[in-house]
Write a protein that binds this ligand. Sequence first.
Ligand code: ZN
Length: 414
Amino acid sequence: MSFKCCWLYSMLIPVLASAQQHMHQTGTSDEAFALQLHRQALVFDTHNDVISTLTMKGYDISHRLNVGNTDLVRLKAGGVDAQFFSIWCDGSYGKGQAFAWANREIDSLMAIIHRNPDKIALATSASDVKRIVAQHKIAALIGVEGGHMIEDRLDYLDSLYKRGMRYMTLTWNNSTDWATSAVDETLHADTLSHKGLTAFGRQVVRRMNELGIIVDLAHVGEQTFYDALAVTTRPVLVSHSSVYALDPVPRNLKDDQIRAVARNGGVICVNFYDAFLDPHFSHRLDSLVDAHPRLSDSLKQLYPETMDFQVHFLQALPEAAYQIKPPLSLLIDHIDYIVKLVGVDYVGLGADFDGAEAYPRDMDDVTCYPRITSALLQRGYSPADIRKILGGNVMRVLQANETGSRPAHATGER
Ligand SMILES: [Zn+2]
């Protein structure tokens, strides 16, 4: 693992070692220890939307940007070692369009990689991740967000695998002809022609297992969720979802779903989006918008897309925005809830940066991951458990999905 600012860290190591034995010393040594742990650990986030949100709009994330949540400079500063980049289009991209768009987004990610060979490289396996991280580069992985991008064709699934796709969410908010989404199963149940996975949907899951593409159950409805778990022979990923018991939105995971992922040996990567953490956030945001009609009207003219508007609205009112955001401790509560329910082996980080309008206080962009390490230490987590949460659990699932490796056994649940 790389130490950024090596000389500084080498000077600090003796101090930090003793700090480890005296965790309840001053705040300063605790912070230094947290930073050292963070830099040493493999930090692996499973969901970032910067390709759709910035690069496809012409931004060059090679440099530090003053827009969005992500660029290569800030990923490095946040100690992010491996990142699944989301390849995404919405359901309006139909047959003849969605697969082509997915390929364009992959082209865009590959262009960034080719322009920055000293900073980032494509990883398609756990051993790639380890090698690239040892070279002090960011390991970039491809995750396709929405089964509609294969346009009901297994040859398109194979093609995206060959380009490097290593996870695919079976649905986005829109259902496919073969899998139903959380949004549709909960909000449009009476209009569905089928519910859960069809026979072809089960074929897709089997083909993903054969190729070594992780089955990602973020965004899917409960029926699809359990249907997919019944078929898959490999551990699943839920790349960016939080806990339903703490915030009952349709695509957060209920306790039984969390237990089912643990039995499968998979991992749930907690989404940092305020509305998926805090059941009252959306209401506070709506009230703030209502309280500023002139500002919101003019911004809606400039930014007709909802997320774009909300990002700019919150930026225009930084103090009020800070007040309505939940504290970082609420994000830690979601992690802690999963750990208490099933154990520490089934939770990870899937921030959804550049995919949502707001994140907890002081968690504004990808530079903020060290704060999670610090908060977990303060919650009493051991360094070994924190390493699992930061990336160790995701590495286990990535490896267990590789062709040739044996399916990982479930390691039991509490
Ligand atoms: Zn998503």
